[in-house]
Structures are given as C-alpha cells and as structure tokens.
Design a protein around this ligand. Structure first.
Ligand SMILES: *Cc1c(COP(=O)(O)O)cnc(C)c1O
Length: 347
C-alpha cells in the first residue's frame, strides 16, 4: 500500500458505541452518480449521497441526528420530545415521527419565520404530517429566541409532571451532530470499500449540525475531504462561526482536538432574500434535478445547496477531473407548501 492510498483511506475509526443511540435510520444511504446533470453542466463528476432516503417519515438529515438525541432521551426515561422549528420544519416532522416510534409524545413550537406564504402554508406539507403523527404544536411570531421559548415550555410541561426531553432547533447540538460524524465515517468507508474517492462534499447549511458533524467526523478519522456548506439563511461569516463553534464542541465530545476556523467553508451566494424564500437559482435547481435526474429537492434547503453546487460548477470552481459529492439532506415534503410558486416558475 503506498502512502497516498493510506492518506486517502484513513483507518482510524470513531467509537460510537459509547453514546446512547436508537436505531432509526436506513444506513448506509446510497451514493449515486448524476451523469445527466454532469453532462448538462459540462462540469466535473457529480455524485449524490441520498440522505433523503434515511427512511423515517420521508427521510432527511434529521434522522441521523435523532438516533443519538432519541437515544439520550430514552436513557433519561423521557416521555415526551419537545422541540422547535420554522412552520414547515422538516426537523419537527422527523421528531414527531421518532416520538411515535419510541412511544413518546411530541410537542413543537413553530416559528412564523417566512413572510407572505400561501393560504395553506400552515396546514399542508410538513405540518400535515406533524398532525398525522399526533404531535401538538403552538405558533410563535418570527424573531424570538426559539430555543429559549421551547425550553420555557419544556419547563412548564415538567412542572405538570411530564418528563420532556428538549431537542434544540434542527437537532443541532453536539449529541445531534454525532449523527453526521457517523455519516463522515460512512462516506470514508464507502471510498475505502469501492475505491471511489471524492474531492469535495457540498450541502446546504442551516442550524449547523450537519456541517459541524461532518467536519468533526472527518477530522476525527484523519480524512481531509473539504466540506462546503451553502448557507440557506445567514451571511458567510456568521454561519462559519456558528458551524465552527459546534464543530469544536462535537470534537470535544469525541475526545479529539479542535480544528481552526479555516477548516469551515461556507458560501452565502445562494440565500436569496432569506430563509424559506426561494431564489431564482433555487427554483432552477429544483427543476434541473427533477428533469435531469428524477430527484426531488426542497425549496428551503437542498435546492439552495444544489444551486450553490451548480453555481460553483459554472464559475469553474472545480477542476474538470474533480469528483464532487452532494449531500441530499431531504425536505421534499415542503414542496407542497410552495405549490403556487412552483407552478408559476416551472416551464
Ligand atoms: C435541517 C435541514 C438542513 C440543514 O441542516 P442543518 O444541520 O440544520 O444545518 C438541510 N436540508 C434539509 C432538508 C433540512 O431539513
């Protein structure tokens, strides 16, 4: 075995057995080539890791985080999961489903974060599924400290004799981020087993747990795959600092030294007007992936991430020989809440 091979296929492994964990996720998720998209863009080799196929209630990236969060909730004998998110939160939908699977109740705070939505925005898509899973919810106006609001509600529920387990927005704390450290391990294992290496990993970044977990995981096993987060909400600097802070805390949990801020890569050129408001590039990404690859993206996260990848290809950011892996984080359930906008933009 030569030195390069040793470097690109690290043998260090993370011991996840020391953390409480509840099996919720179909894994490993598949990695597929996207030849028709690569051809259209005339770009590098494009691949997609299908974390939209994690198996829990239409899938998505929150399932991996919830394996560790729900594991901890069960360890603490919780009888209820309390969390928060935007109205069309994929995270809340996944928490609601996980609660059903382990026989807990679920209560969620939904922030009216996105202005000027369709009449059925608060009843269709993810909200419909939250209700199907029997989760209760209450709304909040935009701009509050939603984690503080949810913790306050958890305290009230505790005082009433429940044993709630609080999950922060997006499941983004060091426990949740372990789910994406395990995904980093899974990608490294895939490359080792198949000989298919990647030069870049690209995905949408919001509440930061996905990117932080990935960076922490790759660092912990000595793998140097660069992880490019395409911001769906915040300006670059703020997002970088937030991802970095959670990366450091996650590495601490793993018992591994930290990484410099320069290891955190963020592009904020595809946010558009703000969270939950699709830009033109977002709608283009939805349409391209549907029609070239038969893949559904969502208007809030994964299509902004994909718009970033498409934009980077067009700008010549990648070398023609690069192999670029996009992490599909799920979210297509939210498409139904954007029906009018989709119909107006397509064709
Ligand atoms: C939550 C979410 C993300 C963002 O992941 P974070 O860990 O919050 O950064 C991306 N895509 C989808 C579909 C999501 O629901």
């Amino acid at each position: 075995m030569d030195v390069t091979e040793t470097l690109s296929h690290p043998t260090a492994r993370i011991d996840f057995d020391r953390f409480a964990r509840m099996k919720l996720c179909h894994q490993p998720t598949p990695i597929e080539a996207m030849p028709r998209l690569s051809e259209l863009l005339g770009g590098p080799g494009l691949f997609i890791k299908r974390d939209d196929c994690t198996g829990l209630a239409t899938g998505g990236n929150k399932t991996r985080k919830l394996e560790f969060l729900v594991g901890e909730a069960m360890q603490q004998n919780a009888d209820m999961l309390v969390t928060q998110g935007a109205v069309q939160s994929n995270h809340v939908r996944q928490v609601a489903a996980a609660a059903c699977k382990v026989g807990m109740k679920c209560h969620a705070l939904l922030e009216r974060r996105v202005p000027d939505r369709n009449a059925d925005y608060e009843t269709t898509g993810n909200v419909l599924l939250d209700n199907l899973f029997g989760a209760t919810h209450e709304f909040r106006p935009a701009g509050l400290d939603m984690n503080a609001e949810a913790e306050a509600v958890a305290q009230i529920l505790r005082d009433q004799g429940n044993n709630p387990y609080f999950i922060p927005g997006g499941g983004s704390n060091p426990t949740g981020a372990l789910g994406y450290a395990s995904c980093a391990q899974e990608i490294a294992d895939y490359s080792r087993d198949t000989g298919q290496d990647f030069d870049w990993l690209v995905m949408g970044t919001g509440s930061t747990g996905t990117q932080a977990g990935l960076v922490a995981g790759f660092h912990a096993i000595g793998h140097n795959l660069p992880v490019m987060g395409v911001s769906v909400r915040q300006p670059r600097e703020r997002q970088m600092n937030a991802v970095h802070a959670l990366t450091q805390k996650t590495l601490e949990k793993l018992g591994v030294d930290g990484v410099p801020l320069s290891r955190i890569l963020v592009d904020d050129g595809y946010v558009g007007e703000g969270y939950g408001i699709p830009a033109e590039s977002t709608m283009e990404a939805i349409s391209l992936l549907a029609r070239r690859e038969g893949i559904l993206l969502d208007p809030v996260y994964s299509a902004k991430g994909m718009a970033g990848l498409i934009g980077m290809v067009r700008q010549g950011f990648f070398k023609p020989t690069d192999r670029v892996l996009f992490l599909h984080t799920g979210g297509a359930t939210a498409l139904y809440a954007y029906q009018e906008q989709l119909l107006a933009t397509l064709n």
